[in-house]
Design a protein. Structure first.
Length: 151
């Protein structure tokens, strides 16, 4: 008798614990709140805040030392130091705000203070992109800024 009872209870227990695929976990959202999309973007998935540095090519100098500081409040500082004969001959600094591009959420666009430059944000790097197309500026990785520290 005990064996029959066990054979009847085990399948009932297993069937009672199994959820159908349509019965996934649910959460109650108050009717006055909108559902928040769960898309992973550079803004919500990466530690993008910090200091990025690199040397970009220059047509009439040895190179441009570029430093980009991205702050959590979506402000930035962009410093460009032009190098000739191993020395900095001039530095330009831009400050303002940036936003993550709605159509390509891995890109940020700086404001008009920095001519609306575009950067692709990756894991611990930022790559300068064409302002119009969002494509890389070069086939080689000469326009990469590496993240050197958290902000």
């Amino acid at each position: 008798m005990k064996k029959i009872l066990v054979f009847m209870l085990v399948p009932a227990f297993i069937l009672g614990c199994v959820q159908s695929p349509s019965e996934g976990p649910t959460s109650v959202v108050p009717s006055d709140e909108k559902a928040i999309p769960t898309l992973h973007t550079a803004e919500n998935s990466l530690d993008w805040e910090g200091i990025y540095e690199g040397i970009f090519p220059c047509a009439d100098c040895e190179g441009i030392n570029v430093r980009l500081i991205l702050n959590y409040d979506h402000t930035y500082i962009l410093e460009e130091s032009y190098i000739e004969n191993g020395s900095v001959v001039r530095t330009q600094e831009y400050e303002g705000s940036f936003h993550f591009d709605e159509t390509n959420p891995a890109h940020i666009r700086l404001d008009s203070n920095a001519d609306q430059r575009v950067f692709f944000i990756g894991e611990n790097f930022a790559q300068a992109r064409d302002r119009e197309t969002g494509e890389p500026l070069s086939e080689v990785s000469t326009y990469i800024l590496n993240k050197i520290s958290e902000q």
